[in-house]
Design a protein around this ligand. Sequence first.
Ligand SMILES: NC(=O)C1=CN([C@@H]2O[C@H](COP(=O)(O)OP(=O)(O)OC[C@H]3O[C@@H](n4cnc5c(N)ncnc54)[C@H](OP(=O)(O)O)[C@@H]3O)[C@@H](O)[C@H]2O)C=CC1
Ligand SMILES: O=C([O-])CC(=O)C(=O)O
Length: 274
Amino acid sequence: MRAAPAAPALRLCLIGSGAIGGRVAELLAAHPGARIDLVGVITRPGASRRDWWSAGCQQITDPAGLAALAPDVVVEAASRQAVEDWGHVALHAAREFILCSASALTDDALRDRLTQVAGATGSRMVIAHGALGGIQAISAASLRALNQVTHVIRKPPAAWRGTPAECLFDPDGLDKALVFFRGSAREAASAYPANANAVVTTALAGVGLDETRVELVADPHTDRNVHQLHAAGDFGILNMTILNEPMPSNPKTSDMTALSITRMLLDRTMPLVV
Ligand SMILES: NC(=O)C1=CN([C@@H]2O[C@H](COP(=O)(O)OP(=O)(O)OC[C@H]3O[C@@H](n4cnc5c(N)ncnc54)[C@H](OP(=O)(O)O)[C@@H]3O)[C@@H](O)[C@H]2O)C=CC1
Ligand SMILES: O=C([O-])CC(=O)C(=O)O
């Protein structure tokens, strides 16, 4: 039997070179056999190159540059604004657009517009599993009636710095856990876009942005970013808790986010996918 010709390398372009972008690049570099080439990084104009960009990696700052790059996959690991700025262009330029800043999709008009572009171009918009690692169980459960989905995010008080939560409590002064927000996934991700993207992933996999109940907790007794999911429906009952290590370069962000994106990318190149 003749060996099949080697598949061409997957051409990857990242949006953002912060905590997640750098970590994904590091993890991919540890899997050279997977043949994923970081061919470009989208930055704001004037941003400096990072030491983890390979020599051939192009810095992209405008839509024409992205079109010319012709990536297979664009991974957004930047901000809600970056989804607005680049989502449309990415769906034209690549066959897949994977986004981390799921809070952008609380804007129904933007979500509909990007979904339509994906349909029209034959590309796909994929919401990263992010800090949850995997969301398939809720997505599968939603094929039958789901009557309740709750997502609790518990992080150390310092992780809520620079957010509206600072008006509700002093991050240095808490001596016990404080539930400072209760509401829908839409409200949580709109108010806390840097900390609550994962609730949008849960919501869009399950019962939607307005029906998914969310609690946000500042907890001085944890040093991890904890996500607790509870779902009940015709499928049965799901309880899941993940206690994520925060990334040193951005403690709001869990290392699992970078791990799960890297896993998604590696799966695009593997003959056996679990
Ligand atoms: N879905 C999930 O479960 C999770 C999602 N996230 C989200 O992922 C995103 C990235 O997180 P993280 O890596 O920790 O963030 P960082 O702040 O560490 O890095 C963000 C990077 O994106 C760049 N950037 C931001 N906006 C734009 C833009 N409009 N155009 C080009 N570049 C831009 C920043 O550049 P500059 O320095 O110039 O601003 C920076 O390089 C965030 O939105 C975060 O909320 C994080 C954790 C979990
Ligand atoms: O990384 C995390 O634990 C979750 C997070 O910040 C988000 O959902 O935006």
